[in-house]
Design a protein around this ligand. Structure first.
Ligand code: 0RA
Length: 629
């Protein structure tokens, strides 16, 4: 027998009232799940004895009338009297919630999360609980009810057996239904048996007479064979490694031709559903070893770059470790968080896996081919994805309308599109632009009045088609903001009535078909001058009559020379550049939707049949388009 137990190790004790007051806090709920938690709790105590090397057999019996019995051949719960508390250890263990770290005098325990709350929780939530201990040459018995002692510790007949038998009847005041599930208990017992190689667990159901026994000589290696069946799509005999040095670690794994992977991990025989540091260590070990073997064969730098994802493809792995102070994390406490574990697992798996690959040459061939294939598929699919994107950009450029003079920059963020009126304006603005960032699209004549046009007419209108292709986003329901090719879309029309009308039609078009562009502030109106005012050596530009009159008023008695531009097409290139296009000197009006409802009505009113009204809109509502410099 190993290290002996001293009752002094019991440190923090607390009564069981809180457990009965809030059972959900301890077992997760009072439904079927909570009920089975009592079983797992009782069994885990016995499994802990097995983990520590003192127990080889656990018998679980579902009794009649709601009884459950768990028997193990461990050391038996200690029965000696605690010096300070003057009570038998068994009584303390059964009637107090304990928080002492080494309370069980066990190197490993499955404590963590909802697990390992202690057998006392089972006692607290049982209408009746009877314990028999085989220990110190005798059989001992004690019984409880709802956490309280019903009959004191009694020394029964002599016995040379060792172990613990716990029988309990869950409290029907707490559990809605006391009905144990044979299949559920079998499944859990089977995985416990896999993880604890050599442990025999039987499950009997006295209600039906069913009985099953789980025992796996080869632990998780047997498990992997069971999970994968007999050889279907399996690449080779599984890899298995085990270490009891520094860390208790056991791993079995196998690759299949399938792409899906299944990695199951355990810490202290708790299924770590969300993985954690032990799984990370395994992944790193496998990837590094395979990469190293590839390099050994092909030479450094001459291999397909592989990632853990490539290695994971088709992998079935079971990893089980035991650590003294497991730290579980996450919502359901099913993720292992001990940072030191990662390197420890890697340290166990790497040398063993390296040896495995060196000794099984053809297996290594198969595996490397398998991983390389995944890597190549990954690289190819990435290349294909990029190709599609690039092609998209190219073919998009190919479908750009012929009359668009695009800018050379392909980055939308610094690009601008000027929509100009007629070919002559198109010519001068092309000369005045900054080729790198400014694109010109000349529209011929009056564009279609969208407000009165049918969808079909709209779709077939050459000018609007060119406009929508240049912008890149598509229109209406097919609008895709991500495809926007320019940051600023600038309507640049003559400073006259016709120009104002075209602006209005374009604004309507954008509002109706590319509303998001307006909402996000991409639409602008340029402000070309209508007059040039020369006073002596000074030159002024005025956008309209009002501005012109203002200037003239200031310089009343001087010789003033006024010229009126007929249109953008007639304007000297340098003037067009300085006043309207040059990013540093121009001023733009940003079109903003102030009140959608109002804008909606304004468009309906003014873009309808009455042409005089249309013009008024531009003049009178100019204020509702906010100024932006
Ligand atoms: C405390 C200390 C020792 C064993 C146990 C508890 C124990 C608890 C359960 C519950 C079910 N089966 C169990 N088996 C053992 C260590 C005793 C020693 O050092 O001898």
């Amino acid at each position: 027998m190993s290290k002996s137990y001293t009752s002094d190790e019991i440190t923090v004790l607390e009564g069981l009232e809180p457990v009965r007051a809030r059972p959900g806090m301890y077992i997760g709920g009072t439904d079927a799940n909570g009920l089975h938690h009592l079983v797992w709790e009782a069994v885990d105590n016995s499994v802990d004895e097995a983990i520590n090397g003192h127990c080889k057999k656990i018998d679980i019996t579902i009794g009649k009338n709601g009884w459950m019995t768990v028997l193990d051949d461990g050391r038996g719960i200690p029965v000696d009297k605690h010096k300070k508390h003057k009570k038998p250890a068994l009584e303390l263990i059964m009637t107090t919630l304990h928080a002492g770290a080494k309370f069980h005098n066990k190197a490993y325990s499955s404590s963590g999360g909802l697990h390992g709350v202690g057998i006392s929780v089972v006692n607290a939530l049982s209408e009746k609980l009877n314990v028999k201990v085989f220990r110190d040459g005798h059989e001992w018995s004690m019984s409880f009810s709802r956490g309280d002692v019903k009959s004191k510790l009694k020394k029964e007949k002599k016995s040379r057996k060792h172990g613990t038998l716990v029988s309990f009847l869950p409290d029907s005041k707490i559990f809605k239904k006391v009905n144990f599930n044979f299949k559920n208990i079998c499944e859990r017992s089977e995985s416990k048996a896999f993880i604890n190689r050599g442990l025999r667990i039987s499950v009997s159901d006295e209600r039906t007479g069913e009985r099953r026994e789980f025992f796996f000589e080869n632990g998780i290696l047997d498990y992997i064979n069971k999970v994968l069946g007999s050889g279907k799509g399996v690449l080779f005999a599984p890899f298995y490694a085990r270490s009891d040095n520094g860390i208790h670690c056991e791993v079995a794994l196998q690759w299949t031709e399938k792409t899906e992977s299944k990695i199951e991990s355990y810490c202290n025989s708790i299924n770590t559903v969300d993985g954690g540091t032990h799984e990370a260590g395994l992944r790193t070990a496998l990837t590094k070893t395979i990469r190293q073997e590839m390099e050994r064969r092909a030479g450094k730098g001459k291999i397909t770059p592989i990632t853990t994802e490539d290695v994971k493809e088709g992998l079935t792995a079971i990893l089980s470790i035991f650590v003294e102070n497991p730290q579980f994390q996450g919502q359901t406490k099913e993720k292992l968080n001990n940072p030191e574990v990662s390197a420890l697992v890697e340290g166990v798996v790497r040398p063993a896996f390296e040896k495995f690959l060196l000794e099984n040459c053809s297996t290594a061939d198969l595996l490397i081919a398998r991983v390389e294939l995944s890597a190549k598929a990954r690289l190819a699919s990435r290349a294909a994805r990029e190709e599609v994107q690039r092609k998209g950009a190219i073919s998009h450029r190919l479908t750009l309308p012929g009359k668009l003079s695009d800018c050379s920059s392909t980055s939308p963020t610094d690009s601008e599109l000027f929509i100009v009126e007629g070919d002559s304006a198109g010519g001068s603005s092309k000369q005045a632009r900054d080729r790198k960032t400014q694109a010109i699209l000349p529209l011929r004549g009056k564009i279609l009045n969208v407000e009165n046009a049918t969808g079909e007419k709209l779709a077939n209108n050459a000018e609007l088609k060119a406009l929508s292709l240049s912008i890149g986003t598509g229109i209406g329901a097919g609008f895709d903001y991500k495809r926007l090719r320019y940051d600023k879309i600038i309507i640049m029309t003559d400073a006259d009535v016709d120009g104002a009308h075209i602006s209005a039609l374009l604004l309507t078009f954008f509002f109706r078909n590319m509303k998001e562009l307006v909402e996000k502030g991409h639409l602008y109106l340029s402000q070309p001058p209508l007059y040039k005012v020369v006073i002596g050596k000074e030159v002024f530009y005025a956008a309209d009559d009002e501005e012109k009159d203002k200037i003239m008023g200031k310089y009343k008695n001087r010789n003033i020379e006024i010229s009126r531009f007929k249109g953008l097409g007639e304007m000297p290139v340098n003037i067009l550049k300085d006043t309207t296009m040059d990013k540093a000197k121009r001023s733009l009006l940003r079109v903003e939707l102030i009140d959608e409802q109002e804008t909606e009505e304004a468009f309906k009113d003014l873009m309808g049949k009455d042409s005089s009204a249309r013009f008024r809109f531009i003049q009178e509502n100019a204020a509702s388009f906010e100024l932006d410099v």
